[in-house]
Design a protein around this ligand. Structure first.
Ligand code: KG4
Ligand code: ZN
Length: 349
């Protein structure tokens, strides 16, 4: 079937068209078209996403992005079988724009409209790669700008969140530290780039060690706010001695601290839940060092299948929403209930 997916939960207006086949044990996806209009430049001046501005931009961009995606996919509107849309979690004013657009399309095309959870999308993002299957039970580590969580999936219908951040999300910490270092929004890629530079040139201050909050607690939760504050105090203590080399070192040690905690808690969850597959997803998974460390887990756990999404599917996109939408469709197709779609900023998996 041909799926049209819409994603507007944050600052990306994204639409994808995906051909989906197979059943839940044998999924097969082919990407036909995908267009993302990013509002980064608009929100940059605020150092974060401004919800009402995001809403205005989505409303403006949706018809344009829709037309571009249809053209790229080289299909006719009437070939689309189902419309799927992110209903949460995310910024509610932004989510509503996608939902309303999806409803209008559904009515016009006389096709069903299905709501999809954005975080299920981040999990599903690993499935675009040919012949990739998730063997259950699976453990998912999701790290984005709004979320940091560990989820155990017994199957597609049975998901349990075993841990989450108590304060800032990992991506949020990257963005805030970037701001402290004078780098622009979204800071993750920039902090990561200068940390990489520091590693390449072996630039470090041996006495500099930031805390790894909650790393050794007896649960699967995270906390990044204390780490962020430690970075802030350190920068303040430097006064005007904060040169480029020092910034690189701070970025390196901060990134190491975040990754140490993420890897440590993931290992702990693997030891406890013995999953067959580890799936990772979310914007922070674009981080080169984190990708390497996740891949390295294979040395400790050779029996586990480790699935990492393609880099362009880590940050928000509608392709992952199409894939998650197909999974939802297969799960519910016997008993699809026509229910009015609504945005839910805090929607749980
Ligand atoms: O999944 P995503 O696009 O949006 C949310 O659902 O939140 O994630 C965006 C987050 C931002 O905080 C951004 O700074 C972070 O992902 N990010 C990175 C990298 N690329 C994006 N963080 C660290 N390293 C990166 N290379
Ligand atoms: Zn996301």
């Amino acid at each position: 079937m041909i799926i049209l997916a819409i994603e507007t939960s944050c600052d990306e207006t994204a639409i994808s068209i995906v051909k989906a086949e197979g059943d839940l044990e044998n999924l097969d996806f082919q990407l036909l078209g995908s267009v993302i209009n990013s509002q980064i430049k608009i929100h940059e001046v605020y150092g974060g996403v401004f919800p009402t501005l995001a809403k205005r931009e989505h409303i403006k961009n949706l018809p344009i992005v829709y037309k571009q995606t249809i053209e790229e996919a080289r299909i006719k509107e009437n070939e689309i079988d189902v419309v799927v849309v992110t209903t949460g979690p995310g910024l509610e004013p932004a989510l509503w724009t996608g939902i309303n657009f999806a409803k209008e399309l559904g009515e016009k095309m006389k096709k069903e409209v299905l709501g999809v959870n954005h975080m299920l999308g981040h999990i599903a993002s690993v499935l675009l790669t040919k012949k990739t299957e998730i063997d259950f039970p699976a453990l998912a580590l999701l790290v984005s700008g709004g979320h940091t969580e560990l989820i155990v999936l017994k199957n597609w219908g049975d998901k349990e969140k075993i841990g989450e951040t108590k304060d800032d999300a990992a991506g949020e910490a990257f963005d805030k530290v970037a701001r402290m270092l004078g780098l622009s929004y979204p800071g993750g890629p920039q902090v990561s780039a200068i940390a990489e530079e520091a590693r390449k040139n072996d630039v470090k201050i041996s006495s500099l060690k930031f805390p790894r909050p909650m790393m050794h607690t007896d649960d699967f939760d995270f906390s990044f706010s204390g780490l962020k504050t430690a970075v802030l105090y350190y920068i303040k203590s430097l006064g005007d001695k904060n040169d480029d080399k020092t910034k690189m070192t701070i970025a390196r040690e901060f990134e190491d601290a975040v990754i140490d905690v993420l890897i440590h808690k993931t290992k702990k969850a693997i030891d406890r839940y013995a999953p067959q597959t580890l799936v990772v997803g979310g914007g922070v998974i674009a981080n080169k060092r984190l990708r390497e460390e996740i891949t390295n887990l294979n040395k400790t756990y050779p029996q586990i299948k480790i699935l990492i999404p393609e880099k362009n599917l880590t940050t928000d996109n509608a392709t992952m929403i199409a894939i998650a939408g197909y999974i939802e469709y297969l799960k519910n197709k016997e008993k699809i209930v026509e229910k009015e779609l609504e945005a839910d900023g805090n929607l749980e998996l």
